[in-house]
Every structure is written in C-alpha cells, then in structure tokens.
Design a protein around this ligand. Sequence first.
Ligand SMILES: Nc1ncnc2c1ncn2[C@@H]1O[C@H](COP(=O)(O)OP(=O)(O)OP(=O)(O)O)[C@@H](O)[C@H]1O
Ligand SMILES: N[C@@H](CC(=O)O)C(=O)O
Length: 424
Amino acid sequence: MKVYKFGGASVRDAAGIRNVGTIIQRETGNDLIVVVSAMGKTTNALEDIVVSYMAGRIDEAQLRWQNVVITHELIVAEFELPDTLLAPVRAIFSSIASKLATAPTTLTSYDAVYDEIVPMGELISTHILTAYLTHIGLPVRWADARQLVRTDDTFREGKVDWETTKSQIQAFVGDRIGLLVTQGFIGGTANGETTTLGREGSDYSAAIFGYSLGAESITIWKDVPGVLNADPRYFDETVLLPELTYQDATELAYYGATVIHPKTIKPLQNKGIPLYVKSFLKPDQPGTLVGAPTVTKPTPSFIFKVNQLLISLHPTDFSFIAEDNLSLIFGLFATAGVKINLMQNTALSFSVVVDSKPDRIPDLLEQLRGHFRVAYNEALELITIRHYDQSTIDRVLVGKKLLLEQKSRSTVQLVVREEAQCTA
Ligand SMILES: Nc1ncnc2c1ncn2[C@@H]1O[C@H](COP(=O)(O)OP(=O)(O)OP(=O)(O)O)[C@@H](O)[C@H]1O
Ligand SMILES: N[C@@H](CC(=O)O)C(=O)O
C-alpha cells in the first residue's frame, strides 16, 4: 500500500486535477491512499474570511466566501460532472454561507472558528477530486479525516493521538483499501470538533496515514523535481538532492525548507518507511528519496526565512539570564503560540528570532515588557546553511550586514539585514 500526497499547487485548476487523475491511474489495481490539500491558495483565502468574520466585517467575509465558491465552481464546470457527484461540495457551500450570515459573539474563540472554516478547503478539494475520479471510472472512496485523525482540542495545532488514530484508520480501511481519497491538514477531537494540524500540515497527514497502515512508501508530489539544495524562488542554480537521510530531511524541514513539513519525517523514520518527493509535472523522474541509510558527500543546502524579527530581552533588575528567567520566557512564547527559530543568550540578555506575525507578536511583546526591557529589529532574514564552509557563508553575505551568527559542526545560522537598509 502506498500513500500519495498532492498539495495545493498540484490541484490548483482543472488541468491540475486531470494531471493528478493521470498519476493516480498509473496505480490502478493497487492499494493507494491519496491525501489532498486545498486547491491553490484556498487556505489563505479562508484565513482572510476568518479575519473579516471575527472582526465583525460580515459583508466582507461573505463576499470573500463568494469568491471561494466561484473559484471552485469555475473549476468543476470544466468537468461537466453530474449534480449528484457535486452534492457534497454544494452542501459545504451552503453550510458556510449560513455560518457567515450570523455574527460571532464576543465569547467565540478565534482559533475554534478558524478550525470550523479553514478546513473547508480540503473538504471541498477532496470531494471535487473524488467526483472527478468517479466520473472517469475509477472506483474511489472518500474518507473523512475528521473521523480518522484523532487530535486533542488545541485548535489550529491539534496534537495527534496516535493510538486512536491508528485504530480508527485501520478500522475504516478494512481488509481491502483500494483507492481512497482523504484530506490533509485536518483532524477531529473526541467530541467531533474539527481541528487543523498547523499550516502546511498535509505532508504530516500523509505520514500519519502511512505510519498507521505501515505503508510501503509515501510520495509527496510537488511542483519542483524533488528536494533541492535551496528554494528555487530565492536561489539560482539549485541542485537536486537525490537522496537524504531521515536526519538530514528533518533538519532541512526544521530550519524552514518548506518543501516538507517538519513533523512529517519522524513517524516515517520510526517505521523505516521511505519518502519520495517527486514532480507532478514529470512523474517519471526519480525525485528525492528520503530514508537513504547514508549520504556520502552531503551537498551544502541553504534555507532562507524572510520577514524575521530579532527580539532581545534584558532583565530590568541586576539578575542574570538563568533558569527561572528562561522558563518564564519560554512559557510566554508558548502561550503566545510563537515558535522560536533561533535563540542565543549571554549573561545579561536573551535574543530570539521569530517569524514576524502581526496577529501574535504585538501581544507577546506586551507580555515580555511586563518582565524585561525589550529591544527588537524588524525586516531581517534568517539564513541557514547545512554542510557549510566559509565560501558558502561568504556567498550569502554579499550585500548583507550580519547581526547574529550561530554555528554547530554541520549547520550555521546567520541573521542578516540588507546592507542598503542599514545605511538608510
Ligand atoms: N529545498 C527546497 N527544495 C525544493 N523546493 C523548495 C525547497 N525549499 C522551499 N521549496 C519550495 O517549496 C515549494 C513546494 O511547496 P508548497 O508548500 O508550495 O507545495 P504544495 O505542494 O502546494 O503543498 P501544500 O499545498 O500542501 O502546502 C516549491 O515550489 C519551492 O518553492
Ligand atoms: N492547505 C493547508 C495545508 C497544506 O496545504 O499542507 C495550507 O495551505 O497550509
């Protein structure tokens, strides 16, 4: 049994869905679980709807939802599918329209509403793909991940209950899996509420299904030839990494290589399940195999994170940065839901680099100011180089001012600012 995961880019339009259908057809007769993300940038659009709705801008939220509906209607119109196959999609369209007709109360939790609305992207895309596959004659089952992937009720970052998830998935698939289409990114609580697993979490969903069923392999289909030594959007002359160990893949993802979600690797490593990252545009090419025993000559790899914020904390009394301060700081970051990308401390200061998220950072800074003197630098870039040497460092520092550096034997992290900004 294999697991295929198709992300938003692969199903962003009707041609994409047809292409995904062709890739799935190559597995006809084999057991295959297909995990699918929301189409294109639907998740971003749904997040915007939540922002409008929770701010009480109901008309704006409804208008934005109409745009989501129209985008999907235009795609399905190209397939001329019978209305019966589209009934589940239309039911979602009207249930969200009804939801958005009533304003939220002041007691409504933002994150709970987020997890009511944002998962619709995956529910819609999987219903559309299932309808299309049925239409072209493939015997396919649609599975509701909310009833299979059990999480706690941490909305927007559900923690997976592995035992329950495994038994629910095994019970659902039964003896003969066949072809099954399900959603990435979403799960459900014991009380039947929908949860999400964190942005870009569909890769992780594929690993959850693969782990639960002991898959022979998992393939993540991307718009790139595989895992490259840098994001081609930010770096010229990238090279394909044909093989990676689980550890290297975990570290690349951890430091921010968005091609694989960081939580994806561990469950696969635990069961020794190989992960392939391949191009949905060139499905015959080998791509990257994650799970190679060793890679003899590792290639230097670059990860660029833009829009970073460097926060420096200084105790307001004469105390040092010690265990009690650190546990307070970590507690405040955890409560604010802000992940630390890099940290460094001296006796009298503690510096952290985080993603500059306007919905979370201002509150966090306010909390920190209650305990520390706080200084911060905005609009920075965090560059991580795995398997670095001095020439790779020099290469990325051209035109940049280095603010902070951290090195281990295999990884260097550099916090930089554009030189032009420094002199401005
Ligand atoms: N090291 C890397 N190798 C290859 N691609 C990378 C790397 N780092 C970042 N990327 C980027 O990752 C992109 C693919 O991931 P993306 O999340 O956009 O895919 P997706 O299939 O649409 O997934 P999803 O909708 O599930 O998030 C590539 O287009 C590329 O720009
Ligand atoms: N659709 C979700 C999950 C995913 O695509 O992996 C997102 O865009 O974050």
